[in-house]
Design a protein around this ligand. Structure first.
Ligand code: GLU
Length: 517
């Protein structure tokens, strides 16, 4: 079996994005699975930038990839920034290598030169909609197989543009061994003679560069999205053509990410439509100026995104859901990867975020809340971080995102100016201003304003006077919070302190108006 030897080689995997735009969340999952597999086997994770298609190059995309992976904690061992012994790791810097490999194939008669112009190819397509450049058609085209060597040399010398195509012999069952899909057999007759190199820009195509680099970088496992499955027979055939079959990588084609609803592949439009990001970081399109939301800027924690993505296409075999990166590394396996596409359940993503937010230290969460406070015009320095931290601690079990802290905790920083009308109607009454005045008196007399000390005194006073507990406590809350919700009342007043509590009750007495009957 061709890849026996492979099994003994140290694991080397590569994530090989093309910098043609922001890294899609599906690409992030591919990077993650590569990373988990590499770590589990004490292997090496390579980041290779596949930028040979100069027409599709987008400035900023490479930095975006690096920043995304760094944010998520997907560590790269070898790459443009990290260096390594197999560089350069950017394909546009490897032209000599590809040129040399093109020559090897041409010299061995495994590839040929073709001069057909785009117009000529279009004509061929017009005459036959099923046209593909292959064994059945290449004999009628302008290439080094149908022309004399002199003519070919003369055209090249005259500067005529050409491409180099891979000569694929028809009728061969090409076997691709995929760790998720098993043996996949594709007949070579359906493949066209792929363009490997273009003289116009002196660059290889994706096909050649990708495969040559997998060999030279000693990649043992090609782990990538399912959409690349059709390219894998070419991988096999080119490895053979070069005589590298003993080091053929194992293939792993990961299931697609599907729309949360309905059928089909997850797209940016689904995110826009249903309100979730499909990119790890916010992306500013350099051409259109359009801004696409990112997980980071939307308030997701990297741990949550990782945990969520890990389970889109893989499961640990039991119902464990919460797993750290280390746990994922030890549990991950392709045996438990699904073949079928994975529905992108973004509500589950929120659920993970909620979980990881609750796990954060209150002080850490408070630090994250600072920017939100400032955005709402609150200067946290006016309160101090201890105050912010204690406020956050009281409401954090109600949030899925850091930004949600504002809705839950804003009253700690800004006194209410409006009072929720339904609550007013239910809890306020003609007598309430008078009762609240009395409450102020009670509170003034409390020395120790801590929750545990103040609570029995206030509740005792209510009971003693035969007041309605629910109405009085809710009216109290209404003056302090502005509505009838929030954490335990006496925890709130402990943090706010006596002075501010009493001030708010006074303002409430002034401003809460009963609805006209
Ligand atoms: N450059 C390809 C991409 O953008 C790489 C595919 C592969 O991993 O072989 O996804």
């Amino acid at each position: 079996m061709a890849n026996n030897e492979n099994n003994q080689r140290p694991v080397r995997v590569r994530f090989a994005p093309s910098p043609t735009g922001p890294l899609h969340i599906g690409g992030v999952r591919t990077a993650l699975y590569n990373y988990l597999f590499a770590r589990q086997h004490g292997g090496t994770m390579i980041l290779r930038i596949e930028d040979t298609d100069s027409r599709r190059f987008v400035p900023g995309a490479e930095d975006y990839i690096n920043e995304s992976l760094a944010w998520l904690g997907i560590k790269i061992d070898e790459g443009v920034r990290e260096g390594g012994n197999y560089g350069p790791y950017k394909q546009s810097e490897r032209r000599d290598i590809y040129r040399e490999h093109v020559k090897m194939l041409l010299d061995a008669g495994k590839a040929y030169i073709a001069f057909d112009t785009p117009e000529e190819l279009e004509q061929a397509h017009a005459a036959n909609p099923n046209f593909q450049y292959d064994a059945s058609t290449r004999v009628n085209m302008r290439n080094s197989l149908t022309m004399s060597k002199e003519d070919v040399d003369a055209l090249i010398a005259a500067g005529e543009k050409y491409v180099v195509r891979f000569l694929i012999n028809p009728g061969r069952d090409v076997e691709v061994h995929d760790l998720i899909r098993g043996k996949v057999v594709i007949n070579s007759s359906i493949l066209d003679d792929k363009v490997l190199y273009k003289s116009s820009d002196d660059l290889p195509t994706y096909h050649l560069a990708n495969i040559v680099d997998d060999h030279l970088m000693e990649v043992t496992h090609v782990i990538r999205g399912e959409e690349w499955l059709p390219s894998s027979p070419l991988h096999v055939l080119l490895y053979e053509a070069f005589g590298w079959q003993d080091t053929m990588p194992q293939f792993v084609h990961l299931p697609l990410l599907l729309k949360p609803d309905g059928k089909g592949k997850l797209s940016k439009r689904d995110g826009d439509r249903l309100g979730f990001p499909v990119f790890p970081l916010e992306w500013h399109d350099p051409k259109s100026g359009e801004i696409s939301s990112g997980y980071r800027e939307s308030g997701y924690l990297p741990e949550a995104v990782i945990n969520f993505l890990a389970l889109l296409g893989w499961n640990p075999g039991d119902d464990t859901e919460i797993m750290s990166m280390d746990e994922l590394v030890s549990k991950f396996s392709f045996d438990r990867c699904a073949r079928a596409g994975a529905k992108f359940d973004f509500e589950k993503g929120k659920w993970f975020n909620r979980h990881y937010l609750q796990q954060l230290d209150d002080a850490v969460l408070a630090e994250k809340f600072v920017a939100v406070l400032r955005a709402h015009g609150v200067n946290p320095d006016d309160f101090g971080m201890e105050y912010v931290t204690r406020a956050v601690a009281m409401v954090k079990d109600r949030i899925s995102f850091v930004k949600d802290l504002w809705e839950q905790a804003k009253f700690f920083f800004v006194a209410p100016t409006e009072y929720e009308p339904k609550a007013v109607k239910k809890r306020w009454s003609e007598q309430m201003p008078q009762i609240m005045e009395e409450l102020i008196g009670v509170l003034q007399g409390i020395e120790d304003f801590s929750s545990s000390a103040a609570e029995p005194i206030v509740l005792g006073w209510i009971t003693e006077h035969g007041y309605h507990m629910g109405n009085v406590m809710n009216a109290f809350r209404l003056t302090v919070v502005g509505e009838c919700k929030g954490p335990h009342m006496f925890d709130i007043t402990e943090l706010m302190g006596k002075e501010e509590t009493i001030r708010r009750i006074k303002v409430g007495i002034e401003n809460i108006k009963l609805p006209e009957a």
